[in-house]
Design a protein around this ligand. Structure first.
Ligand SMILES: Cc1cc2nc3c(=O)[nH]c(=O)nc-3n(C[C@H](O)[C@H](O)[C@H](O)COP(=O)(O)OP(=O)(O)OC[C@H]3O[C@@H](n4cnc5c(N)ncnc54)[C@H](O)[C@@H]3O)c2cc1C
Length: 470
């Protein structure tokens, strides 16, 4: 029995570990990863960032996946990084138990002991929750462990050695898979008659870098794929002092969920960079965007920034959320002369474009200067502008000052989603038996822990198939 795993990111490695632990007799496990390679043309920030869904550059990850290049924040909460509670429940698992197991595994393999826990400061947490509840905002408290950019490579190396030495799993770096087929063969060469290897079971976990490749391959095999909602919005920049109490005493990346009054859209804060910097990103086709960056050689800034994102699902005839997001971002990029747009909230609210002379006098000074002062309302649909204005007004009751005229708004800010692959609760293709998918690339997770959870579920599905066929 041969099991082939494509991708040695969080999903692939945790699946391999689960399969190794099962100690299945006469089973050979091979893991292939194309990386590492760095495409500097797109790499806006090379030092690794701080949040779960950022997709800022096109580093082709190696063993350890995208997480190996990040500061490695483990979000230990079933509501973050995917619908982990639901995914686990469907296969009879308890999400908290699985998440704790993943956390323990990281610690066993060298992750730092300390944990950021909002429940430690119960009084402050309850005060915040009370404020949130009074204005119908949901606050998501999350326990977090920080692997740390400096520790991540060593942790990944220890995990790799554990899989190779204790379970005899064979891991192949620098090995790109060009395609897979219904017979569960993996092709190592672009040439249709090139080298290939047959497997009894495949698990494909190519992450976000492989999401388009995965969707195309699945569609070629008649496996259905579905568009997921788009996350689009703006990056908001404020004086750090107004959010310090929350970021420093309760949660460094506070997550607020809001349902907007007019359109009932889901709006959330994401990737809060306390005392951080806004950064510009370059995507393909002359599309620019913004993101947030916490750690730089310049030290702390006087500002904090966060993404304020609306989740939008589309239905027929235009279900393609990627295309819709791209069209809006392209419009914003064109208007900004291929630089992100910047506008004060006061100007956005009163229908004026911002100008350099005004930004220069603004009490909040931007941490990103490679921008064009403009009017975001000319680039974004009315609905999204309304959502953002309503959302900031509500958030002001929790973070007083966030709705000030001087607050800076940058656009476009968007997060791309993978396409969801048609599979059963154990992450197995509904069309092709013994073909499994997991992780961010298959549209079921967003984040290191989420991807690991889905890898474990897929591994349990594989074990179930193998043991029931004997
Ligand atoms: C800069 C940055 C910072 C981040 N920070 C955090 C954070 O702090 N906390 C957090 O929870 N999440 C963070 N994330 C997200 C997190 O890294 C991902 O959610 C997670 O790694 C997804 O795991 P995965 O296994 O699905 O995919 P990945 O980790 O992306 O791994 C997929 C692997 O598959 C390989 N691959 C792809 N295609 C092929 C192919 N055709 N053949 C062979 N191999 C292939 C890739 O090389 C890669 O190694 C960050 C992401 C980035 C980019």
């Amino acid at each position: 029995m041969k099991i082939g795993i494509v991708g040695a990111g969080s999903a692939g490695l945790f699946a391999a570990n689960e399969l190794g632990k099962a100690n299945l007799p006469d089973v050979e496990i091979k893991v292939f990863d194309q990386g590492p390679q760095v495409d500097k043309r797109y790499c806006a920030i090379s030092e690794g960032l701080a949040c779960a869904e950022c997709y800022p550059c096109k580093i082709m990850a190696g063993i350890g996946g995208a997480g190996a290049y990040s500061s490695g924040i483990l979000n230990l909460n079933e509501n973050i990084g995917g619908n982990l509670g639901i995914l686990c429940k469907k296969v009879g698992l308890n999400a908290n138990d699985v998440i704790n197991e993943i956390d323990d595994f990281f610690v066993t393999n060298g992750a730092p002991d300390n944990i950021y826990d909002p429940y430690e400061n119960k009084e402050k947490l309850n005060e915040l929750r009370q404020k949130c509840v009074s204005v119908d905002v949901r606050f998501i408290p999350i326990r977090q462990r920080l692997l740390g950019t400096e520790n991540t490579p060593e942790i990944i190396k220890t995990i790799q050695e554990h899989l190779e030495n204790d379970y005899n799993i064979q891991i192949y770096p620098n090995t790109k898979i060009y395609r897979f087929d219904e017979k569960k063969s993996l092709y190592f060469n672009n040439n249709p008659n090139g080298k290939s290897e047959n497997f009894d079971v495949l698990l494909i976990t190519p992450g976000r870098w492989g999401m388009l490749w995965l969707a195309e391959n699945c569609e070629a095999l008649g496996i259905k794929t579905f568009y997921l909602p788009l996350d689009i919005g703006v990056r908001v920049e404020i004086p750090s002092i107004i959010i310090a109490d929350i970021c420093e005493k309760i949660q460094r990346d506070p997550k607020f969920h809001i349902i907007t009054p007019t359109y009932h859209d889901f709006l959330r804060t994401f990737c809060v960079n306390h005392k951080g910097y806004v950064v510009k990103e370059n995507y393909e086709e002359n599309i620019v965007g913004v993101n947030g960056h916490q750690f730089t050689s310049e030290g702390d800034s006087e500002n904090s920034n966060f993404a304020f994102l609306i989740r939008q699902r589309l239905t027929s005839p235009l279900e393609d959320t990627t295309e819709y997001g791209r069209a809006i971002s392209k419009q914003a990029s064109i208007l900004g002369g291929y630089k992100p747009l910047i506008q004060t909230l006061g100007d956005l609210r009163s229908g004026h474009r911002s100008r350099n002379s005004l930004i220069d006098k603004n009490p909040v000074q931007p941490t990103l200067n490679d921008t064009t002062p403009g009017d975001i309302a000319m680039a974004y649909p009315y609905r999204f502008v309304k959502d953002i204005l309503e959302g900031l007004k509500i958030l002001d009751k929790i973070i007083p000052g966030v709705n000030n005229d001087s607050t800076l708004i940058y656009a476009p800010e968007f997060k791309r989603s993978a396409k969801l692959i048609d599979m059963n609760a154990f992450m197995e293709s509904k069309k092709i038996k013994n073909m499994f998918f997991a992780g961010d690339g298959a549209g079921v997770s967003r984040g290191i822990v989420g991807a690991a959870v889905t890898g474990i579920i897929a591994a349990k599905g594989i074990i179930r198939n193998i043991t029931s066929s004997k």
